[in-house]
Write a protein that binds this ligand. Structure first.
Ligand code: ADP
Ligand code: MG
Length: 239
């Protein structure tokens, strides 16, 4: 792995009396794409929420670029370069595409660079340029996902965390999202991808972490995980 950008050790979190994460460990290297896979309810979204400061860690440590960021407020985590594209996208439906994208940059003050980044996103996702003045509630699911990802990138992050990239989207749409993500990675961003479709997750990332009941069950290069009989049987629907 390259130099660690994100380093999570022994992370414990939950809701009220219910503990969900039981000592999670995870690393994402600089420029690396890592996927988190696992059954429904394994704790993947809970992990992303804890990393972005929406949920408090009860113990354990999160380091980002060598700094302890455990339990910093969400805004501060965002300003350090971690952005979370939540499941279900959570766009501001009545607002148009461009205004939604600009909300992603609300902590930034570099106006000229924001404008350049906006243009870059509209080039990367031409369909968003076409629909730039449309309310996002009128977009298709795939277009909304593009908008949510582009809005995330408008915060100028170093680490992009996406929760459920492909859920509910047609394979063709997922392909074009994948191509855009590759381009974004090429620009130097790191990716932590939560993805229920394990084959898609393994295609888009070079290292994978299989989460089971709030713990890491197995992790390694996705090329190895993809041919691991346990992973194939338990998570890929292959005999
Ligand atoms: N707000 C919440 N309050 C209580 N339990 C929750 C809440 N959100 C999720 N959970 C529970 O936490 C567990 C892990 O959920 P989640 O992290 O969403 O899993 P995954 O994303 O891997 O499907 C599940 O049992 C889920 O029911
Ligand atoms: Mg989830």
């Amino acid at each position: 792995m390259t130099k660690p950008l994100l380093s999570v050790s022994n992370l414990v979190a939950g809701y009220g009396d219910i503990q969900i994460l039981w000592g999670m460990d995870l690393e994402v290297g600089e420029g690396e794409a890592v996927c988190l896979v696992g059954s429904n309810g394994a704790g993947k979204s809970t992990l992303l929420r804890t990393l972005s400061g929406l949920l408090r860690a009860r113990s354990g440590r999160v380091e980002f670029r060598g700094e302890d960021i455990t339990n910093l407020p969400p805004k501060q985590i965002l300003s350090r370069g971690i952005v979370h594209v939540p499941e279900g996208r959570r766009l501001f439906g009545p607002m148009n595409v461009v205004d939604n994208l600009l909300t992603g940059a609300y902590l930034r003050s570099d106006k000229a660079q924001i404008k350049r980044d906006l243009d870059h996103m509209l080039t990367l996702f031409p369909i968003l340029a076409e629909r730039r003045h449309q309310a996002t509630v009128t977009l298709s699911g795939g277009e909304q996902q593009m908008c949510a990802i582009a809005r995330g990138i408008m915060s100028a992050p170093k680490l992009l965390m996406i929760d459920e990239l492909s859920l509910g989207l047609a394979p063709k749409v997922v392909d074009s999202l994948g191509a855009a993500l590759r381009q974004i990675m090429h620009d130097g961003l790191s990716l932590l991808l939560v993805e229920q479709d394990v084959a898609t997750a393994f295609e888009l990332t070079s290292r994978g972490v299989v989460v089971d009941s709030g713990k890491v069950r197995i992790s390694g290069p996705t090329a190895d995980l993809a041919v691991n009989p346990m992973v194939q049987q338990a998570y890929m629907g292959l005999a």
